[in-house]
Design a binder for this molecule. Sequence first.
Ligand code: ZN
Length: 459
Amino acid sequence: MTKGPRHLSLTFLGATGTVTGSKYLLDTGDCQVLVDCGLFQGYKQLRLRNWAPLPLAPAALDAVVLTHAHLDHSGALPLLVRQGFRARAFCTRETAMLCKILLPDSGRLQELDAEYANREGFSRHHPARPLYTEEDATYALKRLKSIDFGDEFQIAHGLTGAYTPAGHILGAASLRVSGDGLPSVVFSGDLGRQNDLMMDPPAPRPAAEYVVIESTYGDRTHRTDGPDDALLEVIRRTARRGGVVVIPAFAVGRAQALLVLLDRMRSRRQIPDLPIYLDSPMASAVTELYGEHLSTHKLSAEELRTALRVAQPVDTSEESRAIDLRGGPAIIISASGMATGGRVLHHLKRFLPDENSAVVLAGFQAGGTRGAALARGASHIKIHGRHVPVRAEVVQLDSLSAHADREELLAWLASGPPPRQVFITHGEPDAAEGLRMAIQERLGWGCAIPEYRQTCELV
Ligand SMILES: [Zn+2]
């Protein structure tokens, strides 16, 4: 006979001191559940954590529950499956559909990176190995189990879950976990904006004894004059110089927002008639997915159709190289959003040394990524083992981000009754500390910033 759950502990296996690697272990003594299973990105010492063994064998896990599809929340699932995880990975219906696009692509990119490193001989590991392959990722998709927003579902013995909308991107959710005789915990996941171009605001926070909240922009307030103006100006300036605007963009969320903004600018004749390329087959596929799920976001079918038409999709890597040869004026939207990999690297290699060109950083740039180095004003960055000088104009537009700012995070917290304790995660140290001070001053609630691999008993 199985014993009932006696206690609940929470171990922070990622998203501590960083916005990447979200991974939280809930342990009741009877069952062990992982909330989110994300990849670490950015600093090398963080990326090495992707190879660090979990405190328990993946085969012993009773379930994984994902909040959304971004790789820093879902991207380690294929590795977990490769290491023996065989239980279910719950997620919203839309997250499952996005994972089917994102995870195999992530495996393919890791294989390509390892191949490239071996061919060029710049990796310190011989041979360089991918964390997982496209085949591993495709196999891992079999574990996904779709859940509708609002439905209660059994995560594992004695633990129940329910998703509420978090805004942010298609399918993004906050998760409430509860169980008989156990304190309840709400995980915010990544929270979206109050006024997002595409997503509705996050639903009010469900009541719970404990809240785990992201703090990406915990120390910042976004500009309110709208992202359009700054983007418009940099496009006009760069076009006048005959340069290329390169926009590294997350394939899910930001790429679609950029297309919609550019489409509006073009139809109002605010930008010159220059070629716009969407060099991310994945972003094109995701945009179509937004078109198939109209009830889950704010855009109309017509807006999506015209937004897709504003850019020329670039399919093959030959076409991708051809747009580099062609030069400016032009706009290139390409993944990945923090320039950690993907086709955008080739465009950066080509246009960063060009003083007439510009790079627009449209989302949060995690520490240690090339995007963060550019935002900091680096004079050169390293791409594929080579130093590339930065002569292009670099513009950071936080207001284009899909993340709530400090005021929006506080408003979400205050939309539910006070918990016993708030855990602040998913932020770099200054951001987490900024949010901690604001919560204590404005709400007077107890909060803590957990350390990597710290375990807290929830009572
Ligand atoms: Zn996210």
